[in-house]
Write a protein that binds this ligand. Sequence first.
Ligand SMILES: Cc1cc2nc3c(=O)[nH]c(=O)nc-3n(C[C@H](O)[C@H](O)[C@H](O)COP(=O)(O)OP(=O)(O)OC[C@H]3O[C@@H](n4cnc5c(N)ncnc54)[C@H](O)[C@@H]3O)c2cc1C
Length: 413
Amino acid sequence: MVILGGGFAGIGVAQKLKDAHADVVLVDRHDYHTFQPLLYQLATGLLDDSGVGHSIRDLVHDQKNVAVHKTTVNAIDLDAREVRLDGMEPLTYDYLVLGLGAQVNFFGAEGAAEHAFPMYTLTDAVRLKEHVLERWEAADKNPSLIDDGALNIVVVGGGPTGVESAGALAELYRGDFARDYPNVPQEKARIALVEAGPNVFAMFKENLQKYTVEALEKRTVEVMTGEIVASVTPTRVTLKSGKTLEAHTLVWGAGLQGNALVQSLGLELERGNRIGVSSELTVKDHPEVYAIGDVAAITDAKTEQVLPQLGSVALQSGHHAGESIARRIEGKKAKPFKYRDKGTMATIGRGAAVVQMLGGKTMKGAKAQAAWGAVHLALLPTNEDRAKAIVEWAGAMTTHQRTGRITVTADSD
Ligand SMILES: Cc1cc2nc3c(=O)[nH]c(=O)nc-3n(C[C@H](O)[C@H](O)[C@H](O)COP(=O)(O)OP(=O)(O)OC[C@H]3O[C@@H](n4cnc5c(N)ncnc54)[C@H](O)[C@@H]3O)c2cc1C
C-alpha cells in the first residue's frame, strides 16, 4: 500500500500498520515531518528547525514493513491504481492513502504570491525569520529605511495562524529586538493584524474574541477588522478600502485550499478544494483510496459539520485509516470514523491563550496556555521532541530570550 504525505495524517496511518501484513511505501517531498503548530515559534526564534521538523525515516525506524521515499508526487491515476513520482518508477497499490495536506490560498490578492510570506511550511518560517532579521540589520545600518516601513509588519488573517504570528512577532520586537537594537525607536516598528471579517477568532465565543483583541493590543499589535488586502508590493500593502500601509513584510495567514494535485483526480471537490469522503474516510467510487487530514472534507458524525483543518483531526483520521486497512487485510469490516474533540484552542502570546470546549465552556490566560501546551506536546511525534520543546519554552519563559534569532545560511561566509 502507498501513503502519500508524511504529515500528521500520513504518519498516523503508518503507525497503525506496524503489525499488518502489508508492504507500506510512504512518500513525501521532504525527508522531514513538519509540526505546523510550532512554525511561528521557529519564525520568531523560539525554536530551531529541528524543534519543528523531524526526520520521517526516524519516525518509522522500528517498522520493518515501511519504506520511505523522498520524492514529489507528480500525478495519480486512480483508475490504473498508479502513482507517478519524480525520478523513480511509478508505484502501484492495493490501497492508497492521500495525506497530501493543503496549500496557501492568496484569494487573488495581486502580488501576494510573489511578495507575501506565507506560514505553512518549514521553509516559509525560516524565510520569514531571515527576512525580518535582515530588515532590522538593514535599518540599523541605514535608519532612513525605518521611515519607509522597513520594520513594519502586516499580518493577514484573524484566525489562529495570523493571531499567533502577530502576537509572537510583537513579543520578539518589544522584547529581544528592543534590547538588540536600542537606537531604533520602537514606535516606528509597527505590527498590524488585518482581518476581513468583523472579528478576530470568528470560531470562538465573544468573550474570547474580546480577550484576544485586548491581549494583542497589550502587545502593541494594531488590530484592523473589516479590511481586505487588495495588493502587495515588496514595500507596500494596499487594502480594498483604499488605505495603503507602509510595510516591507506581509505575513499571510489568511487561508488554505486543498493540495493542487487533488484537482487532477477527476473527483468532485468540496469547499476549499477538499476531497469529500465516506464515513469510513474512503473516496467516492474508490473504496481502496482513503483521503485524510487537511486534504479531506471529513464530516463529523456527531455535529454533521465538516471538521476543521487541525492536527488532531489529521492524526485521528490517519489512525482510523490505518486501523481500517489493517482490518480489511484481515478480512474484517471497517468501522465509521468518530472524531474525539479535545476543544478548540489557540495561543496569542506568553501567558495568553484561549480554549473553547465542545460543550461551550471557555478558558483564557495562563490556564488556557497550559492546556494548549499539553494538547500540542501530545501531538509532537516523539518524546525527544517533547523534551526539546519543554526545555526551549521553559528557557524562553524565564529569560525571555529567543535564542534562534541568528542567521545561518550555507552561502553566508
Ligand atoms: C501555521 C499553522 C499553525 C497551526 N496550528 C495548529 C494548532 O495550533 N493546532 C492544531 O491542531 N492544528 C494546527 N494547524 C493545522 C495542522 O498543522 C494541520 O491540520 C495538519 O498539519 C494537517 O496534517 P496533514 O498530514 O493533513 O497535512 P500536512 O501536515 O500538510 O502534511 C502533508 C505532507 O504532504 C507532503 N506533500 C504535499 N504535496 C506533496 C507532493 N506533491 N509530493 C510529495 N509530498 C507532498 C508535504 O511535504 C507534507 O509533509 C496549524 C497549521 C498551520 C499552517
